[in-house]
Design a protein around this ligand. Structure first.
Ligand code: GDP
Length: 454
């Protein structure tokens, strides 16, 4: 029989729109919910079992779901989202796109949306900070619809107007969205749930819609079935006192056991090691001075864990790992990792711009966006900008392509001088959206100049 695993959820959105506050609020939900099934702290993630979700949503619960709960990735933001990958896409199965209802769309909202599109991740929009709408009377932890019904007509109107603005913003970007209570088909329309991460209003609906979406998603794909072979994504490599080198990871498939041989792969190649120990955080009430962790023999997906393993220096965050039983397994894994990195390098043009980014995920998002804009790409790679990149960009016949686009990367020494010498333009930014904007503005301007000179 196939076992269903917990869907993995990520929270994305513009800075200060409330990602951290929302995660905190969910984590510290009311005591009854916590007791109803123990919200458990994983490493790098928090698990909310279905029983706790039902308790939080008890006034409105009307869905029939079989998933065991939800696992929220603790690091919010799209950087974590694009960096944390799994075979064939993003690590997260679902996402919450949080938008401050009083501010609307911002550059990083835009960027998050672009990333969700690239990875085809189903998501729900949480329109946050409704408590800041002038005249709003807060009702701690209440379902949105109930609290909404208790507001003055004029306050309700204010909220509705902001929701319409959000619907418009989403429509412009190719998404058909509506307030959740007006949606019939959640696979075609994006649901907007008004919430307050601060007062907890609307969180019952948000959680219920998430499990509903996970369930529907499950009906269509087998992605939530635990298939046996343990697979995961590395969050961070850390030295732990008394344990040596360890890595934190999210296990997204299978069961990992102490003693398992594992292969870990990244840009630098594949290393093979074995699991010396698996650690989970100790619940606060049995926390002892000597250790924040407790050792377990095995763990089943989805879960956030700490793995003690030798020879893992140099393993990068975002690397994938899986259990290998034979040399053939290792070869197959190596092949797959190599292919994944090559696929991105292959689909390039003879003449075009050079793209450099910090992670494979952001690289994919940028490539996707450039393709949509019809801009040719000569080379696309993860890493800082080098003199070699300058040489490659300068070899373009068309000046408009003698360009390097860098997202979240540095210029290595000498690159600036080299670029000036060869007439190569370098655009760098930490926001994909502004990066593309600056570049396309320059490009359009150059084109206009050319037209005039003719
Ligand atoms: P992040 O950068 O997206 O993680 O945003 P934070 O969660 O750090 O929130 C930024 C600020 O907004 C903090 O001062 C929060 O207290 C505040 N904030 C977040 N959610 C709400 C909300 O629902 N209502 C109000 N009034 N403030 C909020």
């Amino acid at each position: 029989m196939k076992v269903l695993r917990t869907p993995i959820v990520a929270v994305l959105g513009h800075v200060d729109h409330g990602k951290t506050t929302l995660l905190d609020r969910i984590r510290r939900s009311n005591v009854t919910a916590r007791e109803a099934g123990g919200i458990t702290q994983h490493i790098g993630a928090t698990e909310i079992p279905l029983s706790a979700i039902k308790e939080i949503c008890k006034d409105i619960w009307n869905v029939n779901v079989v998933i065991p709960g939800l696992l929220f990735i603790d690091t919010p933001g799209h950087k974590a989202f694009t960096n944390l990958r799994r075979r064939g896409g993003a690590l997260a199965d679902l996402a919450i796109l949080i938008v401050d209802i009083n501010e609307g769309f911002k550059p990083q909202t835009e960027e998050a949306l672009m990333i969700l599109k690239t990875f085809k991740t189903p998501f729900i929009v949480a329109a946050n900070k409704i408590d800041k709408i002038p005249g709003w009377q807060s009702n701690e932890g209440m379902p949105f619809m109930k609290s909404y019904a208790m507001q003055d007509e004029v306050v309700r109107q204010r909220l509705d107007n902001r929701i319409y603005e959000l619907i418009g913003e989403l429509y412009q970007r190719g998404f058909s969205a509506d307030r959740f209570d007006r949606i019939r088909d959640f696979t075609r329309n994006v649901a907007i749930v008004p919430i307050s991460a601060l007062t907890g209003e609307g969180i019952p609906e948000l959680l219920m819609l998430l499990v509903g979406l996970a369930q529907r998603y499950l009906e269509k794909s087998l992605r939530l079935h635990v298939e046996g072979k343990a697979r995961g994504t590395v969050l961070e490599v850390k030295e732990e006192k008394g344990l040596g080198l360890t890595f934190d990871a999210i296990l997204y498939d299978g069961t990992l056991r102490v003693g398992d041989r594992i292969a870990i792969g990244g840009v630098e190649g594949v290393i093979v090691t074995h699991v010396r120990g698996i650690l989970r955080p100790r619940p606060a009430k049995e926390m002892r001075l000597e250790s924040r962790f407790k050792s377990v023999e095995s763990v089943t997906a989805a879960a956030g864990i700490k793995v003690v393993a030798p020879d893992i220096e140099g393993v990068l965050a975002g690397s994938e790992f899986e259990v290998v039983e034979s040399d053939e397994d290792i070869k197959a894994f190596e092949q797959r990792i190599k292919q994944e990195y090559q696929e991105i390098a292959i689909e390039t043009d003879e003449e075009g711009v050079v793209i450099k980014t910090d992670t494979l995920g952001s690289l994919e998002a940028l490539i996707n966006e450039f393709r949509e804009l019809g801009i040719p790409i000569k080379k696309a790679d993860v890493g800082d900008i080098t003199k070699k990149d300058v040489v490659e960009a300068s070899a373009n016949r068309d000046e408009l392509n003698r360009v390097i686009i860098g997202f979240n990367v540095k210029l290595l020494p000498g690159v600036e001088e080299e670029a000036a010498k060869y007439g190569v333009r370098i655009f760098t930014d930490q926001i994909i959206y502004s990066l593309i904007d600056n570049f396309t503005q320059w490009r359009d301007e150059e084109k206009r100049l050319r037209e005039r000179q003719k």
